[in-house]
Design a protein around this ligand. Sequence first.
Ligand code: 4AD
Ligand code: MG
Length: 462
Amino acid sequence: MTRRIVDLLRHGQPAETVTIKGWVRTKREQKEFSFVEVNDGSSIAGLQAVVNQDVPGYAETIKRVSTGASIEIAGTLVESPAKGQRIELKAESIVVYGEADPETYPLQKKRHSFEFLREIGHLRSRTNTLSAVFRVRNAASTAIHQFFQERGFLWVHTPIISASDCEGAGEMFTVTGFDLNKVPVTADQKADFSKDFFGKHTYLTVSGQLEAEIMAMAFSNVYTFGPTFRAENSNTSRHLAEFWMVEPEMAFCDLEGDMDLAEAFLKYIFKFVLESCPEDMEFFNQRIDQSVLETADNIINNEFARVTYTEAIALLEKSSKTFEYPVEWGLDLQSEHERYLAEEHFKKLTIVTDYPAKIKAFYMRLNDNENTVRAMDILAPKIGEIIGGSQREERLDVLERRIQAQGLDLAEYWWYLDLRRYGTVPHAGFGLGFERLVQFMTGMSNIRDVIPFPRAPLDVEF
Ligand code: 4AD
Ligand code: MG
């Protein structure tokens, strides 16, 4: 049976006979034998095999072995005399599945820039950094499900095709319903292609929250974890047009409960990832950002800072830093302000609450002062906002007023209002931008490098 290289590196014992399959990272040919490092994607380090010239077919086979080739090696584990590795594999047989011409294979053994790797998106997962990112991404996804499942939350599947704009921000991609290039359509249909989902206006979802609220009103505690879409043409290192969001929603819960859950949630994910991907996290700390492990430790062991928006504005006004964007009560916090608060002032994850009603979505619960809402954003050093959440407006009359005040059509939200007509309860939830979390955990500076197939302006290759 083929063994995973990560298991052999961690637990393999001398004298065990094993078979491995993977891709060659390096080959070093000596006079009478060759060192071949094989990686199967299960760990950052490959397993070094020593292939002696007495291995059957050595002369012809070793010529075909080069960086990127796919191979199978069977043999016996032995203690390694080399530094930095406990064991190595003494090959008894070697098979090449597919060669990789060294003249043309783009991933030679050297550091490539992330920009270059984005141009070869179909090969970049074979590099140390990207493969480590995607293993951390996998571990964080597992942690998310485990966290909620342990607490009795139901994972609900909310739709991708949606008829309502949850955020009311007009950042939705229209679903055209059919391929205008392939299906014969009339001129009228072409003129109004936005109505082509069987006669209705539909969009790709910007958030599963409103549907999650429906489900929370039946199951108490639920969460979504799926792709969401934003048609914002912002070409930054923190925005994607398609990103994954995790959205818990809890009935009988207020903003304090929401913040407590978010804090426990983030601590849990960091702990889980440190335990399941120690080598990858060590790699990020050494090669990408030397504060990765310290940051993880800080998050796991310290309480997050909590301030109101009004207090945050006062802190920004008092700071000696010059900001590009104005700081003024009533204006939204820009990424530079968010980063200042988390990175320089509090030096930890920072929860900002009670934003002005005017700059937040219609569904957030209005405070008694009528000026602010029960919103909370969680800000991370180097990234800015990673979580946006709130206590929801559960009072029918106030909600109706807020929908109208934001210029939205009451009739379109009839079902959402029904939730307030029938068995309404205080409830709250939040949305975690999954890629921003992975960026924060790994220290990767561009969001395009923490998702296997980024969808952002300029880079749809596949
Ligand atoms: O703050 P947002 O817009 O909140 C919502 O969508 C709420 N309905 C969530 C809820 O309460 N259930 O988005 C939530 C998070 C942000 O904090 C950010 O981390 C991420 O989603 N996000 C993006 N990530 C990558 N690219 C983009 N274009 C993003 N827009 C938002
Ligand atoms: Mg937000």
